[in-house]
Write a protein that binds this ligand. Sequence first.
Ligand SMILES: *Cc1c(COP(=O)(O)O)cnc(C)c1O
Length: 356
Amino acid sequence: MKYPISMFPTTSPKAKPQDESKLGFGRIFTDHMFLMDWTKAEGWKNARIVPFGPLPIHPASTVFHYGAEIFEGMKAYRLADGSVQLFRPMENIRRMNNSARRMCLPVLDEEGALEILKTIVKVDADWVPHQMGTSLYIRPFMFGNDPHLGVHSVSNATYAVIMSPVGAYYAEGINPVRIAIETEDVRAVRGGTGEAKCGGNYGASLRAGEKAEEKGFTQVLWLDGVERKYIEEVGSMNVMFKISGKIVTPKLTGSVLPGITRKSCCQLLRDWGYEVEERLISAEELFKAAESGALEEAWGTGTAAVVSPIGELNMDGRDFIVCGNRIGPVTQKLYDTLTGIQWGTVEDTYGWTVKL
Ligand SMILES: *Cc1c(COP(=O)(O)O)cnc(C)c1O
């Protein structure tokens, strides 16, 4: 093993959730977690699997004061034969290393990071739920914990992996969401940290989300932070539109998070014969497409929901219903295919799944 892991098994395993229809998201945690420390002088050391529990962290740590934190989000899926698999884990590992480079945090050896993920999921494999649509959400994260307040790049860090059994995202069926365009706050700017998966981006986005919710919307549609013109993401998902038969998705300009679901959808769509344009798309263009009826479908993409159909768009005080406020055929096909590959009911011809 690249990072030899010491095992400290729990002596008091928790009771597993009885009712898998009430798991929710990220509220229940498994018996164990993975931890590993890094110092500039010694590199990564002390890889260990320990009972899940609170972390002692120095109050002056960089993570609390200067936002030295990155994370990932992925899932382990239970197949009908009882086995467990991951979906494109190397993509998460590479993205985490890119986030680490942007935030001056240490990178991990790719193969070593995959070994860690497989090992910790195996240790708590009994926690991967069985009910249709449920999964084990895996949250790798890394933070700086230099124990002093000076502003500088990180010389002490911790990498951790925690895991949570999560419920079926669409337990009550897929309901299209209402989206409002955000014209005041921005999530990310060019040259900023938009393409890194870091907590700071979320800190900046909370106010707009709260405001939208107060007005009865589910998510906000983010515009670029420089010209305030081009569509970037929807909530914490990437976004795609079907306009006059073509698929249009914002290109990765540096302030858009490069989603793995986005990448997988683009590949599937191209293989199905759709033209997929990764380009700038202005709110004005979308507005006109919605008005003229050229906007056929709209959806968000991300690990949690896979795809989330957009049923209503609110722009500049005007409201547009998309696809009759129902899930469109392309959105549905993407959902069925991706979830089918993830849960092993559709053949994975891409080599995207990794068995434990
Ligand atoms: C994680 C994330 C996404 C979706 O990425 P996936 O790899 O598809 O889960 C999109 N936007 C933001 C801001 C994110 O943090």
